[in-house]
Structure formats: structure tokens, C-alpha cells
Write a protein that binds this ligand. Structure first.
Ligand code: DGP
Length: 114
């Protein structure tokens, strides 16, 4: 989508610290990190939120989670623990309306989340 910030990062129109990339996924460091490791994993296809995912996206969602697992291992947080977060809708804190999986690690996390 033309003005979507994550589509623009995927098109390399906006710089980002890219962590990994496949044909369908891009992972890059969050601009405003909330933990020592804070990586965003996005599909290159524009999908506004989890509410807009279709059954055809099942494989893509699986790829996002498996890519997060690989990045967690590379970042050295697999054993200490990490959090995967999908904020869905403004009420849950979603501010960028392009599906993104947060990978947060490198510190302890409280529960319930704020
Ligand atoms: P959320 O609140 O779940 O929609 O998370 C959006 C995240 O995106 C937030 O943690 C900050 C990050 N973010 C917003 N704009 C940019 C950007 O231009 N570059 C990068 N790397 N991250 C961004």
C-alpha cells in the first residue's frame, strides 16, 4: 500500500535495521524498542490487521512465527524467554495498520500486560 510505513520499509523507501528477509516476510528492529531485543516481523503483502487475515494466510502466519523463533535463537533469547505480540486494533495498542509480530526479549516481562 502506497503510504503504509511498513510497506515503504519493505520497498526500501524508508531505512530500517533489517534482521532477516524471505520472499514473503521482512524482519527489522523496532524504531522505539521496548526491550533489548525488539524486532518486528511483517508480511510483505499489505494486510491491515489480524482481523483482515483470511484462511489463505495460514501459511504466512506460520512463517512469521517460525521466523520469530529463528531470530530469537540468533539473538540468544530462546532460553531466557521472549514474548511474541500481535496488537489487534487501536484499543489493543495497534498504531501501524499493517500486520506485525513483535518479538521482545532480553529482559523479564510482567503478566498481565499493560
Ligand atoms: P503497534 O503499536 O503494535 O502498532 O507497533 C508499531 C511499532 O512500529 C511500534 O513499536 C513502533 C514501530 N514503528 C513505527 N514506525 C516505525 C518505523 O518507521 N520504523 C521502525 N523500524 N519501526 C517503526
Amino acid at each position: 500500500m502506497k503510504d503504509c510505513v511498513f510497506c515503504r520499509i519493505a520497498r526500501r523507501e524508508i531505512p530500517a535495521k533489517i534482521v532477516s528477509e524471505t520472499d514473503r516476510i521482512l524482519a527489522f528492529r523496532d524504531l522505539n524498542p521496548q526491550a533489548p531485543t525488539h524486532v518486528l516481523l511483517v508480511p510483505k503483502e499489505h494486510v491491515a490487521s489480524v482481523n483482515d487475515l483470511a484462511p489463505a494466510h495460514a501459511g504466512l502466519v506460520g512463517e512469521l512465527v517460525l521466523a520469530a523463533r529463528e531470530i530469537a535463537a540468533a539473538e540468544g533469547v530462546s532460553e531466557s524467554g521472549y514474548r511474541l505480540v500481535l496488537n489487534v486494533g487501536a484499543g489493543a495498542g495497534q498504531s501501524v495498520f499493517h500486520v506485525h509480530l513483535h518479538l521482545l526479549g532480553g529482559r523479564n516481562f510482567g503478566w498481565p500486560p499493560g
